[in-house]
Design a protein around this ligand. Structure first.
Ligand SMILES: [Zn+2]
Length: 632
């Protein structure tokens, strides 16, 4: 027994030698003389005297037993596993103390779990004893939060996984042969094979490289409240890493809390592994269909049907041409398909099949023109390509907010009614629409009304709907802050280059695109009621602006406002008639500005209830002044 006065009297050297002695008794001779609690007292006292004492970094590190086996001071427990997102969310809900509980999300590497003491490298083994693999250290590069360096030069402690990076396997290991003179089949085989070697001379000669990635290097945070919403993007981040992985580790960030939960017989409670095996299946790539987007052709793979978490999957996304070329995916290959949470099923990895065929096409399936490899995309650049035109028109329809009009109906419109442009769509009558398959009086009227409502459009939305390369809603707004849409056509490339967000490289392309489509743009302008961003609205109607987080999409409220005779605008100016502030956003910059300029501000609830009692601000009178949209 060690009493506390004795402990306080010990100096650093005495403590260190005592700890070393007890380490030996415990680990090597399996004949401990003191309890774990007493041992901890010694360690903590040494830490007080010298927090940087080299012995401390070895306290929880592997100790080589006389057998050549390695004994772990802290048993390395395996993790409990979740095979579905639902199971994972259940676990999160069980251990979160509030919506703000923070969880760490890390990759679950598919390699050899190991611990480095600064001198000794050991595998996890069964958690209590592992193999001493210090002789492999010369092949290993450490990836650690403090940097990347040869493992042998790192004197600190590291816990992590020994893997072969995907990029290394593709390049380096294309030439590295095992002791039988064969190439390794995949990176997992290679790691296991190299770890089992008695002698690494051959590997050194071939410059084989292994990577020891520290567990704390790649780690993301989310709260229990946001977990579900963040999950797809977290998964995407984890999977973009260049290591072989078979899942994701989720753990409580608060280590003290996590420890306080203790362990079951086999697993720590504060951590869980989400296994991809619940969401991954092997299949075979049967064919690839290239479908049209507004600017490029998108490859979709048809696979031998597989069942993943209760859903039969026949089609998976291949993203784009670049993805296919980079990963050398061909018809006939064995592919591993993943479907996790809300993520669209896709191919995680592929192995070459026995008979293979390229899946990249050379000619447009719609018009037959030669396709252009404009990496990362494959494009049909024929301006008259029927399918590409249709997709552009579909994108324009969406950008301008005619939500009821989907692809099948647009396709019928082009075939039956000869529709080619947005203008053609605006000019359709109810009786035109009734000629379309499946349209009755009511549905034709509804679609007609929605199309006509879309004529009330902010100019930036119209500009964004033109599908000019690089001009999305954000840039369109920025451009139109200083110029009206009709002024835009007259600008030369120097003037365009001065606009925030365009710059000299894009100015030329945008100029020629605006010139070549002048007629189309003018005809569009002539058939819509444009709201100009530059002038903050010119229709003479009361203007309304929304701020804050609203239960529905902002566009929904804007439409509602338009139906009630308002003109929605995006910014607060002195001429704004009404600011509607939603949620807890009363202190937003828009609200502050409105207060400064004396613009009337109401809450979303107040505004909505005012609409119920008023038909429209134009027709309102009497006590309707607040909600008439006019300043009083
Ligand atoms: Zn084409």
């Amino acid at each position: 027994m060690i009493d506390s006065s004795e402990l306080l009297a010990m100096d650093e050297a005495h403590l260190a030698s005592l700890i070393k002695y007890h380490n030996r008794k415990y680990w090597v001779e399996a004949d401990p003389e003191i309890s774990d609690e007493e041992y901890d007292l010694l360690v903590r006292r040494l830490e007080e005297l010298n927090p940087d004492h080299p012995l401390l970094s070895q306290v929880n590190a592997p100790i080589v037993a006389s057998s050549g086996k390695v004994v772990h001071r802290d048993p390395m427990l395996s993790l409990d596993k979740a095979y579905s997102l639902d199971a994972l969310l259940e676990w999160v809900a069980k251990y979160a103390r509030s919506g703000q509980e923070i969880f760490l999300v890390q990759p679950k590497y598919d390699g050899v779990s190991a611990i480095w003491s600064g001198e000794v490298l050991a595998t996890r083994g069964d958690g209590e004893t592992g193999e001493n693999i210090t002789d492999k250290v010369p092949l290993i590069e450490l990836e650690h939060p403090s940097g990347t360096f040869p493992l042998e030069t790192f004197r600190g402690q590291a816990r992590g996984e020994i893997v072969i990076r995907g990029d290394d396997f593709k390049t380096l290991y294309a030439g590295i042969r095992n002791k039988n003179g064969r190439l390794y089949k995949n990176s997992r085989n290679a790691v296991a094979g190299i770890m089992g070697l008695k002698n690494i001379a051959l590997m050194k000669l071939q410059h084989a490289k292994l990577t020891f990635v520290d567990y704390s290097l790649h780690s993301w945070e989310t709260s229990s409240r946001d977990f579900r919403a963040d999950w797809p993007s977290l998964l995407e981040k984890v999977e973009s890493l260049p290591y072989p992985m078979d899942g994701v580790v989720v753990k409580l960030k608060d280590e003290a809390y996590s420890r306080s939960l203790g362990t079951t017989a086999h697993h720590p409670r504060g951590q869980i592994a989400f296994k991809f095996s619940g969401v991954r299946q092997k299949s075979r790539l049967l064919s690839v269909v290239w479908s049209f987007g507004k600017t490029a052709l998108t490859p979709v793979a048809e696979i031998e049907p597989v069942d993943i978490s209760g859903t039969t999957i026949r089609h998976v996304s291949l993203h784009n041409l670049q993805n296919i070329l980079d990963r050398d995916i061909q018809i006939g290959d064995t592919v591993t398909v993943e479907r996790a949470g809300d993520v669209i099923p896709y191919i995680v990895e592929s192995e070459p099949g026995e008979s293979r065929k390229s899946c990249v096409i050379e000619h447009c399936p719609s018009c037959g023109a030669a396709l252009v490899r404009d990496l990362p995309e494959l494009r049909c650049v024929n301006p008259d390509c029927p399918e590409t035109r249709l997709m552009r028109l579909l994108a324009a329809v969406r950008n301008i907010g005619i939500e009821r009009l989907g692809e099948p109906n647009l396709r019928r419109m082009t075939a039956v009614l000869g529709v080619k442009t947005l203008r053609d769509i605006f000019n359709l009558t109810v009786s035109d629409l009734r000629k379309l398959e499946g349209f009755q009086e009511l549905s034709a009227n509804n679609l007609y009304r929605e199309i006509q409502a879309a004529r009330n459009v902010p100019d930036w939305q119209l500009l964004a709907s033109l599908n000019i390369k690089g001009i999305g809603p954000t840039l369109a707004k920025s451009i139109l802050r200083n110029h009206t849409l009709s002024e835009l056509e007259a600008l030369n490339s120097e003037q365009l280059a001065e606009i925030d967000g365009i710059g000299p490289e894009r100015a030329g392309v945008i100029e020629s695109e605006l010139r070549s489509r002048k007629e189309e743009i003018d005809s569009l302008i002539s058939c819509v009621n444009l709201r100009s961003t530059k002038n903050g609205g010119t229709s003479g109607k009361p203007t309304i602006c929304f701020t804050g987080k609203m239960p529905e999409k902002r566009s929904w409220y804007e439409k509602l406002a338009m139906d009630h005779g308002y003109e929605p605008v995006d910014s607060v100016t002195g001429s704004l008639s009404l600011l509607v502030s939603a949620g807890e956003d009363a202190g937003s910059s828009k609200a502050q500005k409105a207060a400064k300029l004396g613009v009337r501000t109401v809450s979303l609830e107040e505004w909505l209830s005012s609409l119920k009692s008023e038909k429209s601000p134009e027709s309102s009178s009497g006590d309707g002044d607040l909600f008439s949209g006019r300043n009083v």
